[in-house]
Design a protein around this ligand. Structure first.
Ligand code: 3PY
Ligand code: MG
Length: 259
């Protein structure tokens, strides 16, 4: 069984996103109790030379680690899996052919075209690796919406991952509007409906609590709740607000002493 699918059985599952190229940050994320973590090579700072350390650190406490690759090229998918990712999220998939090619890159023959070269200890044999890995094409283009039935019919699609912000942009909706936009939310509902015909779980990213609720209400079963980079920024901003409060308390105290 795939460790990520195990976590999904406690649906909904909640994950975190790793954007920063910090093994220490990834370890903190991994030990925070999220059901899964995504290491983001597409939009994160993550370079291929540091990917291995981030997977090791994020997975140190047993959390399943998924790699979002830069684009659907098979060699990027294979490299992430060789470095020990439990699965891949593959962005900008639009057609059945792209889906089939990416799905094949995730599995060794006879199930796919993955080249054999395990490097991580405990990588397991061919059959085990083929069963363990999770392939998740992203649905984030209008063409993918048109081709949903064909994409979900491809063998080896283990889950779908919706990119609401790219979908929104292509629909003419600004990122700030996406969480509440009825057109984007209707697309989410449709994606879940098509995927559920084949028992394929659907995940996505939530920009805050209201967005998370809207996605869960529409049947999304696993969600990233935020990234290390956002958490650092939010934590730093919150602490600075405390500094402001302490400063005004202090000056009120000083004024009291002078009066
Ligand atoms: C999108 O919303 O387009 C994404 O890729 C989210 O990660
Ligand atoms: Mg996207």
């Amino acid at each position: 069984m795939n460790p990520f699918l195990d976590r999904l059985s406690a649906s909904p599952a909640f994950g975190g996103w790793i954007m920063l190229e910090s093994a220490l940050g990834a370890e903190h994320m991994g030990r925070s109790g999220y059901d899964f973590l995504v290491v983001d090579s597409q939009h994160g700072e993550v370079s291929s030379s540091r990917m291995l350390q981030l997977f090791q650190a994020a997975g140190a406490a047993g959390t399943p680690v998924i790699s979002r690759v830069i684009s659907p090229e098979p060699y990027l998918i294979m490299r992430s899996l060789d470095m020990g990712a439990d699965g891949v999220i593959v962005p900008m998939i639009s057609t059945m052919q792209q889906t089939a090619e990416a799905a094949a890159a995730c599995r060794y023959a006879p199930d796919g075209t993955r080249s054999y070269g395990p490097v991580r200890p405990g990588a397991g044999g061919v059959e085990q690796a083929n069963r363990r890995v999770m392939f998740m094409p992203m649905i984030e283009t209008l063409e993918a919406l048109d081709n949903l039935e064909e994409i979900t019919a491809v063998d080896g699609v283990d889950a779908l991952f919706i990119g609401p912000f790219d979908l929104g942009l292509l629909m003419g909706i600004s990122p700030g509007e996406v969480p509440r936009d009825s057109q984007v939310l209707a697309a989410v509902e449709r994606i879940v409906a098509v995927a559920s015909k084949r028992n394929i779980p659907v995940g996505s990213v939530a920009a805050g609590e209201e967005h998370a609720r809207a996605l869960l209400e529409r049947g999304v079963s696993f969600l990233s709740l935020g990234s290390d980079s956002t958490f650092v920024q939010q934590g730093a901003t919150a602490r600075l607000a405390l500094a402001g409060r302490l400063r005004s308390q202090q000056s009120a105290l000083m004024e009291g002493q002078v009066a």
